[in-house]
Design a binder for this molecule. Sequence first.
Ligand code: FES
Length: 162
Amino acid sequence: MTTLTLDEKLDIIEKYDANPEQILNILVDLQFASEAGYLDDETIKLVAECLHLTQTRVSEIVSFYSILKDQPQAKYVIKVCNSSPCRFSHGPLVFAELEKQLGVKENQMTADGLFMYHGIPCFGACDRDPVVKIKDTVFDQLTAEKISQLLMGLRNGQYPDL
Ligand code: FES
């Protein structure tokens, strides 16, 4: 898994003129530009130095925003809509099925490092519920069987056509 070089990190910070008011954009860009998918201590320290903030302050911001992560993420992070329309229809079934099939609770990584899942706000696929999103791909109208096929496909390194 590749991580960003120091120069690549500095480029992202400079893109926002190292402006503390842009810290959320800076942290989001740093996180998503890195394959590791999280902000490690070294990156948090660098942001603090460049933006003239304390490391504690930057860590607090990372903890506050659920989109930001300070721990390694699984290879496949399955995002489940938890906004009201999905939550009051099939969302709970998706969470329950993922817990059953993966054997871990929300935000826990499977022992093989392949999967974790968590809720996120509406991503605009409400009419195709039950839905999940992995990176930019939405898998819709899910059933227990389709979730099983999805996980099997991903274990084989493929995004299945459900
Ligand atoms: S409310 Fe769930 S995708 Fe929109």
